[in-house]
Design a protein around this ligand. Sequence first.
Ligand SMILES: Nc1ncnc2c1ncn2[C@@H]1O[C@H](COP(=O)(O)OP(=O)(O)OP(=O)(O)O)[C@@H](O)[C@H]1O
Ligand SMILES: [Mg+2]
Length: 662
Amino acid sequence: MHGLNPAQRAAVLHTEGPLLVLAGAGSGKTRVIVEKIAHLVQSGRYPAHRIAAITFTNKAAREMRERVGKRLRSDTASALTVCTFHALGLKLLQIEHARLGLRRGFSVFDADDTSAQLKDLLSAGSKPDAVEAMKQLISRAKNAGLSPEQAAQAARSPREREAADLYARYQQRLAAFNAVDFDDLIRLPLHLLETDPEVCAGWRARIGYLLVDECQDSNDAQYRLLKALAGPAGQFTCVGDDDQSIYAWRGANPDNLLAMAQDYPTLRVIKLEQNYRCSKRVLRIANALIAHNPHIHLKQLWSEAEEGERIRVWECRDAEHEAERVASEIQYLARAQTPDSPRWGEFCILFRGNHQSRPLEKALQQRRIPYHLSGGTAFLDRGEVKDALAWLRLLANPDDDAAFLRAVTSPNRGVGAGTLAKLGELATARHLSLARAAASTTVLQQLPTRSAHALHGFVTLVESLRAAAQTLPPSALVRQLNERSGLLAALRAACKDEAQFQARRRNLDELADWFDGPKTSGPGDLAAALALLTHADRGEPGNQVRLMSLHAAKGLEFDHVFIVGVEDGNLPHEASLEEGRLEEERRLLYVGITRARKRLWLSYSRQAQRWGERVALRPSRFLDELPDADLHHDGADPEAEAAQRAERRRASFADIQALLAD
Ligand SMILES: Nc1ncnc2c1ncn2[C@@H]1O[C@H](COP(=O)(O)OP(=O)(O)OP(=O)(O)O)[C@@H](O)[C@H]1O
Ligand SMILES: [Mg+2]
């Protein structure tokens, strides 16, 4: 416990009864969790396998495993459970699946699968917006821990009643497919623990002590899961910061922090007030910004760190210009050729929306600056990747109809929509999934000969690959699958030239790499690997400039941070202006600012292209809330900029390389 301040030490030593550490950014909350795990194990209070630490993202879980790994022996560290609420829920479901009527190897539907099912269940011709709206309502009910029946009782409007009815039919579908969706990973374990005392007692015995990071972002169902697992004794430590609650749109409810005090009268609350991360200037503007949100108790963080440089506020012409400036600044600073010039990995560029990464990627690529873009969804949404994933899901679960429909048509093997509809009818009549129906000779006999032949070939191939899955680790399986399924050949045929083919082929290779994480899954682990894949990030980045959304940056820290697109309409986002969610937007910027250890840049554009037209942009209203004395404004004056650039080129010999590349 060497090096902890008195409040942190008290938090670590409080091991009897519930504890809430409520403190601002960079005050060492996550550090408390890491030290406390080490203390619980080393003092002999709990063996490692009875300790579970819950984080908000897979990335955070990986980081925490690493940090704990440095404090404990490796066999002890690997016995700990360090994961997200969803991964914990999945683990529980994998053990208790039978009690919920699920068969082994059940699939986890992603958001797209859910949309496809709901679209199918809703009357034909429903607009995509209507499907999404229903999906949101169902998800909200699930995140509130409601069953279809409870949702029906709670419905107040015709729309909510319609959603509750759809929810019930959607659950029947999921059951028929032996599948759960992402929200079910919390809701179903919760239902089981709340209704089955025996199971609940078993899990309380299994998990002796719980630690939860970023608990301001847990939703109602997650909070109830925590209560169910911890029981009345409340052997848990939660840490959080209400000023960093940025997931209200996904059902997060920071009021759970208040509810905790009522649910656990013996709850001890510890506050931490020293920030160990940020320079004094960074901290001052963060404090000034967040003071504009209403507070019950205003936390004033203080820091003993250096004063630091003033925060640069850049006005840029447009997003391309902004990206150019950011890339050029990074190159200048990192290549300054002094012993203490920063490494690429110490820079981070943050943005509100993922689409903002494109100009940045381009500018970094042109200068050959290595970078790593976090947030896997875009990658997993690419066509060829989704095709391969459909095959993998079908291998893991023969009852996954959504996966069957995609795999049997990718690549095209002459099975048309008419045949599939007929197959669907036959399957329903026999209570079989599509894949099982296609494997039945009696079913095939009722289909046109050519289609039956094609289906038979498909089923044989799937069975052979499924056998391979028993002996191959998932990453090797993916490589074999790409060849044997014909996906690669089809991709080659679909690409207009070799370069395009190679680029898209790399996506398939990369998918294989995704399974090669630090915790490599063994053979036969396909279902588990897949379930977590959809919401995991790519492997650990090396010495690369980091690009990520503000949401994804929570809990992380970097020496040099750029926040781009600080414009009204983007940050705060225009949707939030209309709906009066300005405070959450302010918290989002607060999260971004407090990631910076040494230097911080805030930039905005004057213009953007929207629907082919130029529109004028205004700097974010949040910039007006920052103390001017800590800011340094840099305009978009082309002459001054050119002079600056010339100076930089002289300063850095290495820049010549980039000049040539330009
Ligand atoms: N007592 C301490 N002495 C020195 N450094 C510390 C101390 N406590 C924490 N730190 C350092 O301060 C930084 C911030 O700590 P940590 O990430 O735990 O904060 P946090 O409260 O979890 O922040 P966030 O709210 O952003 O998640 C880390 O680099 C950590 O190592
Ligand atoms: Mg933290």
